[in-house]
Design a protein around this ligand. Structure first.
Ligand code: KG4
Ligand code: ZN
Length: 357
C-alpha cells in the first residue's frame, strides 16, 4: 500500500488492461485528460482459432506490457514518481491475462510506493461514459454490451451498481461473433457483421426476437444465433441480408428489454451504453432514439473508449480516488485476480452469463 498523498483535484493515474485480447496502458488525469495511451490488439494471433485462446493471450500480454508501459511513460514525459496511483484490471476476464496486468501493477505500486487500485473491468466500462461526458451525473441506466456481458444496470454511484437484467445464455457481442463465424466473416465478428449489414435488407430474413415481451427484462441470444445458422444452411439468403436481419432483430431485443427495465426501475435521467457492441452505429442510433422518446439524456463513449482500453481503467481509478477521499491508501497488495466478479454481488446468478467482459 502506498503512503503518498494524491492531489484530489486532478490526480494522475496509470491504468493497465489485460483481461482479454487487448494489452493496453494509459495515463489519465482526474480532470478527464487522457495524457497518453497505447493499445495492442492480439487479433492476428487469435484469428486462426476463431476466438481468443487464453494461453496465447496471457503470453502476448506478458511480452508486450513492459515495453508498452515504458513507451507510454516516456512519450508523456512522466516518471513513476509523478503518478498518484496505479490501476489495473483485476477481473473478471481470462485469468492468465488478468494476472499479468495485476502483478505488474502491484510491482510498480510497491516499487514507487503508490496506491494500487484493483479495478473491476466491468466498472471500467460502466464509468467510461463519465470520462467522455463531464455532464453525466449519477444515477444512469446503463446498457453494458460486450463479448462476454449483456446487462442492464442502474449505476447509482462509484461502486454502487444494481443489476436489472442479464443474458440467460449468450452475450450480444458473442452473438455477433458467432454470426460472423457462421458466415465465414472472420474474427472479431461485430465490425464485419456491421459492415456487411450495410449492403443487406434488414426485413428480408425472418428471425426470432428471443424474450421480447417477457416480464423480466433479461436477454437471450442463443436462439437468434441458431436461427442465423439455419438461414445460412437453407441457402435461400444472401449473407448481407442475414447480417442486416440479425442486426435488426438484436436491436429490437435491446430496445424491448430496455423499455421493460425502465418500466420496472425507472425513471432515469440518462441512458448510457458501454462495451464493445456500443461501437455499432445501428445499435447507437436505436438507443439514441429510445432515449429521446423517454426524455433521457443519451451518452455513448467515443468508439475507442467502447472497446477494451486502459483509459477506462485509469479513469475508474480516478473515480475511486475521488470517492474514497484523501485517506485512501489503495487496495491491498495481495488482492487476488478474479475470473468472475459481478458488479452487483446481490444479483442472483443467471445461467449462461459469460465470463469474458
Ligand atoms: O468490450 P469488448 O472490447 O471486449 C469484451 O468483450 O470485453 O467487446 C468486444 C465485443 C466483441 O464481441 C465484438 O464483436 C463486439 O464487441 N463488437 C461489435 C462491434 N465492435 C465490436 N459488435 C457489433 N458491432 C460492432 N461494430
Ligand atoms: Zn470489455
Amino acid at each position: 500500500m502506498g503512503s503518498s498523498t494524491h492531489t484530489l483535484e486532478a490526480p494522475l493515474v496509470l491504468g493497465i488492461e489485460s483481461s482479454c485480447d487487448e494489452t493496453a496502458v494509459a495515463l489519465v488525469r482526474g480532470d478527464r485528460t487522457i495524457v497518453a495511451q497505447a493499445i495492442a490488439s492480439q487479433e492476428a494471433e487469435h484469428a486462426p482459432y476463431g476466438g481468443v485462446v487464453p494461453e496465447i493471450a496471457a503470453r502476448a500480454h506478458a511480452e508486450r506490457l513492459a515495453p508498452m508501459l515504458a513507451k507510454v511513460m516516456t512519450e508523456a514525459g512522466v516518471a513513476l514518481g509523478d503518478v498518484d496511483a496505479i490501476a489495473a484490471t483485476a477481473g473478471p476476464g481470462l485469468i492468465g491475462g488478468v494476472m499479468v496486468g495485476l502483478v505488474s501493477a502491484k510491482a510498480l505500486a510497491m516499487a514507487a510506493d503508490k496506491p494500487l487500485i484493483a479495478v473491476n473491468h466491468l466498472e471500467g466500462h460502466a464509468l467510461s461514459p463519465r470520462l467522455a461526458d463531464a455532464g453525466l451525473g449519477f444515477p444512469y441506466l446503463l446498457l453494458l454490451v460486450s463479448g462476454g456481458h449483456c446487462q442492464i444496470l442502474s449505476v447509482e454511484g462509484v461502486g454502487r451498481y444494481r443489476r436489472l437484467a442479464t443474458t440467460i445464455d449468450d452475450a450480444l457481442g458473442e452473438a455477433f461473433d458467432k454470426t460472423a463465424k457462421i458466415l465465414g466473416l472472420g474474427y472479431p465478428g461485430g465490425p464485419a457483421v456491421e459492415r456487411l449489414a450495410l449492403e443487406g435488407d434488414a426485413g428480408s430474413v425472418p428471425l426470432p426476437r428471443p424474450l421480447k415481451g417477457a416480464r423480466e427484462p433479461h436477454f437471450s441470444f442463443a436462439g437468434l444465433k441458431s436461427a442465423v445458422l439455419r438461414a445460412k444452411e437453407s441457402g435461400a439468403h444472401a449473407d448481407a441480408d442475414i447480417c442486416a436481419s440479425f442486426q435488426q432483430a438484436a436491436v429490437e431485443c435491446l430496445i424491448d428489454r430496455l423499455a421493460r427495465a425502465l418500466e420496472t426501475a425507472g425513471p432515469f435521467p440518462a441512458l448510457v451504453v458501454a462495451g464493445g457492441v456500443a461501437a455499432n452505429k445501428t445499435v447507437r442510433a436505436a438507443l439514441e432514439a429510445f432515449a429521446a422518446r423517454h426524455a433521457m439524456r443519451f451518452t455513448a463513449p467515443p468508439l475507442a473508449l467502447c472497446t477494451d482500453n486502459a483509459a477506462m481503467i485509469a479513469w475508474a481509478g480516478c473515480e475511486r480516488l475521488a470517492a474514497e477521499g484523501p485517506g485512501f491508501a489503495g487496495d491491498p497488495l495481495d488482492f487476488v485476480a478474479r475470473p468472475r466478479w459481478p458488479l452487483d454481488p446481490a444479483a442472483e446468478a443467471v445461467r449462461g452469463a459469460g465470463v469474458k467482459a
